[in-house]
Every structure is written in structure tokens, then in C-alpha cells.
Design a protein around this ligand. Sequence first.
Ligand code: SF4
Length: 322
Amino acid sequence: MQNILRVHDLTVQVFDQGKRVSLVNEISFGIKKGSVFAVIGESGCGKTTLGFALTRLFHGVNKFSVNGNVYLNGEDILGMPNEKIRTLRKNQVRYVFQDPAQSFNPVKKIKKQVYDALHINKKSERTRELIKLRELLKKSGIENPDEVLASYPHQLSVGTLQRILIVMAVFPSPQLLIADEPTSSVDASLRYRILDFLDEMRRSMGLSILLITHDLEVARRYAEDAAIMYAGRFVEVAPKELLFTQPLHPYTQMLMQYYFKSDDIESNAVDTLSGAVPSPLHLLQGCTFHEKCYKVRDDCRIEEPPLTEIDNERFVRCPYWK
Ligand code: SF4
């Protein structure tokens, strides 16, 4: 199937304390049209930085530099003029941020904020668009859309705010959605309802989704392909079925073992695997995972291995995966 998004050698660096520090390193992957690609990793591994870089949310912030290529339907996002990237963000690529409460202006009613965000300015458009919005809000599980639209953010639960954000993000029909931990602030029962709604939108609209998550179960349920990220790098990329049944990189294996060892998945957040991901300021020489790796050898401490294709659509950053 054709890739709607192609990312090649994407690198994000920041200038910090007079030094150039790499936050995201040589990331390459593609997202097939109408599919979900999950980026899985612990807090601080660079997932959100990657999402920001794909939509050029760093542009104009001098201390960041973004290099590589990001193609959406063959058009290079990183090389686009500013005006075009604004139009692209308005129509084709949308972003769902992590914290719904921070995404709304506390002193404006939801309806006004929805109209402003979606650029529904003309009164004549509003009646027609409101009918569609109500329908989507209902599909997302909001039973009383009119009441919700007439509310201020503080009058609504986090779960309701998150669903409004997702409805705004898929309205009217973008091609790509970047969903950054879209359910991290809601409980487990609501989590799957929200993700089921997103998945329904994917199927009905042909939407492609980059799902950024620290939750392996979420990735296992919804993704078609997935990447495991560690210290700003992809260490394994594979079709979901293979990644979850035959993980090859030692870090992926440890994550899977840790996460799925107990039935109580809620208590096994990926973040508690083995302490924090190393800071980009203090990365180890050689393989960045060597201090925690059960397969480590002497040469792992010298040179960082490249991400290597070992089979069709299957990549591993470890020469000793066999
Ligand atoms: S390169 Fe060495 S340290 Fe890194 S994952 Fe492979 S075996 Fe482990």
C-alpha cells in the first residue's frame, strides 16, 4: 500500500549550554494510507519531539534545528514556505496534544473555541457545520453536545475535553492525525472508548494516524506497524504482529517481558522499566542501550550500530539480535 507520509533521516538538534545536542536521530519510516503507525517509548525518549518536528512546530525557534526529509503525499514538509505549512496544518495534518485541559482557553465557551480553531467564521457556514460537529461529538460518546458546546472548559471533565479535541482534530477530514498520548489523562474504561472512536474515524474517513504512546497495549490493539524508540533513536521497526510476537532488539524484548508479565497492565507502565531514559546531554558512547542490555559485548561500547533492514519492513538497531 502507498505511504501517505515518508520520513527519511529526520534529526532534531538543540543548542544547549553552548553545545549542539541531538534529541532525535536519523529517524526513517512510512505511514500507509488509512493505517496506524505507533511510536512506542518511555517518557523522555524523544517521541513528542519527533511529532513536533514532523509538523514543523519548531519552525522559527532558533535554538532547534531540524534536518532530513518529511514527505506528505510526495510534498516536502520541511522545505515548504510558511504560508503553505499553515494551510497544511489547517486542512491536511492535525495534532492532538497530550493535555486537554491546557489546550483550551479557560475564559471562552467551547463552541467559540471550536469555531475559531476550525476557522468556521461565516454565520452561514455555522449551522451546517454545527450539525456535523454534533453528530461527531455524539459518535465520540458525548450524549449532550449542545450543552457541552455551551460550556466553559472548567465545567467539563478531562475525558469530555479530550473527546472534543479529537473531534476538532478529525473535522472535517484531514489526511494525517498525529495523536500524542491521546488518552494519557483518562481512565482505562474511557481510554478504549476514545481510541475506538478514533479508529472508527480512521476506517470511515481513510485517516492515517501516527500514534505516540508509552502504552504497549494501546499500540498492540490499534497499530498496523510500530517503532520502538529509545534515547532519540528507533531501535526496532516492524509490522505490529511481528513486533509483539517476535521482538528482536534486546530493549524491545525487555519492554515486552516487563509489560506483559502481569495481568495487571495498568500497574506496568513502560516508564517504570528500568529508570529514566538517558538524557541526550549524557549519552553513552557506542550503543546507547549498552548499560542495560543483557546481551552486551565489548564492541557495543565503541560504536553505535545502525538501524538495519533484516527482512521486508523489519529493521533492528543491533547486530546481535539473532
Ligand atoms: S548493540 Fe550490543 S548493547 Fe546494543 S542492543 Fe545490541 S547487544 Fe545490546
